[in-house]
Design a protein around this ligand. Structure first.
Ligand code: UDP
Length: 329
């Protein structure tokens, strides 16, 4: 009998890669998505597969799945600042009500559940690099609060189900991840810069570009998540790439990679944009025997190839908008 896994956010960037991975591992995969930020294009290649089923459903409403379920991956949520600034209430609901529904389903089915948490639980961190023991520095009422606090609540309710009901739970704190199937216009820095290079626009660095990020290629991320799900560790684990770079240096790297003739222009830094972000992955190394393997150079090349496949019209439609104008201060 094949094991059955429910993946929420299945039509999203990470969710769709997870569907591919679990199909390849011989699972029966049930994908679920309300398609607010997800795109069926990401999973259309799976629709012919007899081991894949898709439910168009909003997990903030009661979730019903017939039959047994062995595993649940909860990846439904807007995850880019531009999205959760546009749909703040849905972001809060999917992290809170949605998580509650999925924990209830996991309890009912006696399934193991992994929830997608985020480096955003550390806010604008005062500890560097961030390890799992750090409690974070989050502005509850800032523009990012709707995402950060929903994810923090998600961790709390997941631990409560683990401790009170003995549910098998896993918590992944996911750091910046990139790769094919990111949305060109989701506002994230990698599709933003690659899209700008392809459209022949200047690269927009927010602030002075001294803020840092550490980018993990999606295949490495999926491998880490797979290992975490199969482990017996129920406390949060950071999954990300510790190779840190400033956004300004990163913009220069993108100019070299793409060969664009454009220059860098500076735009205002969005409110509460974290200044430094780098995962301490000692725990993942020790407990999961996992660390990222794909260099930024290799990962960016593959991602650039993916975006090069877009038509001129698609590229123009995705014209990058500086999301700081969505922020009401
Ligand atoms: N950023 C930038 N130019 C852009 C888009 C983003 O300089 O066109 C910056 C952004 O301010 C942040 C970093 O790149 O400091 C990473 O942004 P992203 O939205 O990808 O991720 P997050 O801030 O959630 O880590």
């Amino acid at each position: 009998m094949k094991k059955k896994i429910l993946i929420t956010g299945a039509a999203g960037f990470l969710g769709s890669h997870l569907c591919d991975r679990f199909i390849a591992e011989g699972f029966k995969v049930i994908g679920m998505d309300n398609l607010i930020t997800g795109d069926l294009k990401n999973i259309e290649h799976l629709f012919q597969n007899e081991n894949f089923h898709f439910y168009h459903h909003d997990v903030t409403k009661f979730v019903h799945v017939p039959g047994n379920v062995d595993y649940i991956l909860h990846f439904a949520s807007p995850a880019s600042p531009i999205d959760y600034l546009k749909i703040p209430i849905q972001t809060l609901k999917v992290g809170s009500l949605g998580t509650h529904n999925l924990l209830g389903l996991a309890k009912e089915k006696n399934a193991r559940i992994l929830i997608a948490s985020t480096s955003e639980v550390y806010g604008d961190p005062l500890v560097h690099p961030q390890n799992e023991e750090y409690y974070g520095n989050v502005n509850t009422i800032g523009p990012r609060g709707v995402y950060d606090e929903a994810k923090r609540f998600q961790e709390s309710i997941t631990m409560a189900y683990h401790r009170f009901h003995g549910l098998e739970t896993r918590i992944a704190r996911i750091f910046n991840t990139y790769g094919p199937r990111m949305r060109l216009n989701d506002g994230r820095v990698i599709p933003a810069f690659l899209g700008q290079a392809l459209r022949g626009e200047d690269l927009t660095v927010f602030g002075d570009g001294s803020q840092t990020r550490s980018f993990c290629y999606v295949d490495d991320q999926v491998e880490g998540l797979f290992k975490l799900l199969m482990s017996d560790y129920s406390l949060p684990v950071n999954i990300g790439n510790p190779n840190e770079i400033s956004i300004l240096d990163f913009a220069e790297e993108i100019i070299k990679l793409t060969g664009t003739q454009q220059k860098i222009v500076f735009k205002p830094l969005p409110k509460d944009d974290p200044m430094q972000r780098q995962p301490d992955i000692s725990k993942a190394k020790e407990i999961l025997g996992w660390e990222p393997k794909i260099t930024r150079e290799a990962g960016l090349k593959t991602t650039f190839e993916y975006f090069k496949g877009f038509s001129k019209e698609e590229l123009l439609k995705s014209e990058h908008k500086n999301f700081s104008k969505h922020i009401r201060k």
